[in-house]
Design a protein around this ligand. Structure first.
Ligand code: GDP
Length: 530
């Protein structure tokens, strides 16, 4: 990365990232403060509903129905200092890991939020592993320092041990809980003091000439100051210093200590993203690597969201621009269908409002309203046939048969299922034998969400029933052998929504048997979307 030519200023100022956290760690609160400091919302509390709303299953469904909330949360852009931040939301619920995975293919970095009292929790860990697969740079925010938190070294140790990543302190907390004074910014030699009176105020920042500056004693009680000095000395001995290259290759994370609800430490974290980056990264395509500085526009769809506007049955495809300078009205080449598409009404997501995007640059996320032409994994270019890689489709782990309660409405069911398959919300299989569809998901809650959405968006009550099958594998390999396999095992064969062949399985034994009897056939658990 260091030997790449400098990017044009409009591109190099872009920071495209996601926040990963265990539920309740403070992701929503932090997002809200980002938007507040980014000038995108006037008052904290506007995206509040989301954090509260997903506490229970029914509230969660309600949230899904209240499209307004998920719209603003899918991708948000705002300016901070000279930087343009694009924050892409990761779905919070663990049942949506596949969606999360795809979201993380669209960002260049992630912020990991942990609760200072709880440390690394299960969901943090899972999401972190996904980031690691892509060597994403990670910035850590240790939240809720206004409450009793764990010992600072203990927190750092836990991250290092649990996630096998080097941790370097970007700030050091002074006191905790009721005695929390603030934090020392180790990267800029500043003392940040938390204001408990006004939660939306940016902390007072006092320039300090170094940790021995007598000015510190004016703001920190003597016992805390002594502890701070001791801890810092230990930290210098025990913990690695910040190393930008290690941060960028994902092997080191800088950690900030703060309190999102008190707006404390948030600005320093934002400064960190701005200062250390990364800038928009090159994207991998099957044919070649695409550099953000290339003049021609390229991008890929990583998410499709339907019925964002209940009045129009439109879908919005979220596109990560991989290169170039996009202008509204451009005609782009849709690689999969080999057809040109005029992009006349692209949207940028500025906090709660959708806004027409007049222009966008590599690194940005734009939304393209369409009627279903754009699917997850699709590439848009100025003519080149590119296929971006790394956006997988996972084999579902739970399969159920779906039936419309009103058999006359089977056509509507088909339409609804096609839509969800395109959104990537579920896998839909049409078995060769019998009627009906088999729906596959990664987590059980998705069945409930789907049933509720089909009823709401298509006025179609449906029922899920157990299926004989537990998993599915995509079939590839030798043509003649595939034909033989299909002819002999019709009861196991289905087509997915792209028309590709899948083998439905009951047991691992089914898979072993096929592999033994048909050595030319391959069964895979993921299908790369294209
Ligand atoms: P999410 O589930 O990760 O999005 O978490 P939320 O942002 O909804 O926060 C979960 C709870 O923690 C809410 O009740 C917040 O008000 C609270 N919270 C968030 N940040 C802080 C903080 O810095 N200090 C304290 N004491 N509470 C916080």
């Amino acid at each position: 990365m260091t030997n790449r030519a400098p990017l044009p200023p409009e591109i190099s100022r872009r920071r495209t990232f996601a926040i990963i956290a265990h539920p309740d760690a403070g992701k929503t609160t932090l997002t809200e403060k980002f938007l507040l400091f980014g000038g995108a919302i006037q008052m904290a509390g506007q995206v509040r509903a989301k954090g509260e709303a997903r506490r229970t299953r029914s509230d969660f469904l309600k949230m899904e129905q209240d499209r307004g909330i998920s719209v603003s949360a899918s991708a948000m852009s705002f300016d901070f200092r000279q930087y343009r931040f694009n924050l892409v939301d990761t779905p919070g619920h663990s049942d949506f890991s596949e969606d999360t995975y795809r979201t993380l293919t669209a960002v260049d970095a992630a912020i990991m939020v942990i609760d200072g009292a709880k440390g690394v929790e299960s969901q943090t860990r899972k999401l972190f592993e996904v980031c690691r697969l892509r060597d994403l740079p990670i910035l850590t925010f240790c939240n809720k320092m206004d409450r009793e938190a764990r010992d600072t070294f203990e927190i750092i140790d836990e991250i290092q041990e649990n996630l096998a990543i080097d941790v370097t302190p970007a700030s050091w907390p002074i006191g905790s809980g009721r005695d929390f004074v603030g934090a020392y910014d180790l990267l800029h030699d500043r003392l940040e003091i938390m204001d408990r009176a006004d939660r939306n105020k940016i902390a007072e920042s006092i320039q300090i000439s170094g940790v021995d500056d007598p000015k510190l004693a004016e703001h920190i009680p003597a016992d805390l100051l002594q502890k701070f000095h001791e801890e810092l000395e230990m930290a210098r001995e025990l913990l690695p210093a910040f190393d930008r290259a290690a941060f960028l290759n994902g092997s080191m994370t800088p950690i900030w200590f703060g309190s999102a609800i008190n707006s404390f430490g948030v600005k320093e974290l934002m400064d960190g993203i701005g200062e250390f980056g990364p800038e928009p990264e090159p994207q991998k395509a099957a044919e070649r690597q695409v550099d953000p500085a290339e003049p021609e526009v390229t991008g890929f769809v990583f998410k499709v969201q339907a019925n964002m506007d209940p009045k129009h049955r439109d879908r919005v495809a979220f596109v990560r621009l991989a290169s170039g300078h996009f202008e509204r009205g451009m005609k782009l080449f849709h690689v999969r269908s080999k057809k040109p598409m005029s992009i006349t009404n692209p949207v940028l997501f500025l906090a709660a409002d959708r806004e027409l995007a007049e222009e966008a640059w590599a690194g940005d996320i734009i939304g393209i309203p369409n009627h279903g032409q754009l699917r997850i994994g699709d590439a848009l270019t100025e003519g080149e046939s590119l296929r971006f890689t790394g956006i997988p489709s996972f084999a579902p782990e739970l399969l159920q048969t779906i039936r419309a309660l009103d058999p006359m409405k089977a056509k509507h069911l088909e339409k609804a299922l096609t839509q969800f398959a395109e959104e990537g919300a579920a896998k839909v299989f049409k078995p060769m034998i019998g009627s009906g569809y088999i729906v596959g998901v990664v987590g059980a809650l998705q069945f409930d969400v789907l049933a509720s959405r089909i009823e709401l968006e298509y006025s179609l009550p449906v029922r899920f029933e157990g299926s004989n099958f537990v998993s599915a594998r995509w079939i590839s390999g030798d043509k003649a052998e595939i034909e033989k396999l299909v002819a002999v095992n019709k009861g196991h064969i289905a087509h997915d929504s792209d028309g590709d062949l899948v083998f439905l399985t009951r047991l691992q034994w089914d898979i072993d048997r096929v592999l033994r009897d048909y050595p030319g056939v391959k069964l895979t658990a993921t299908k790369e979307m294209m």
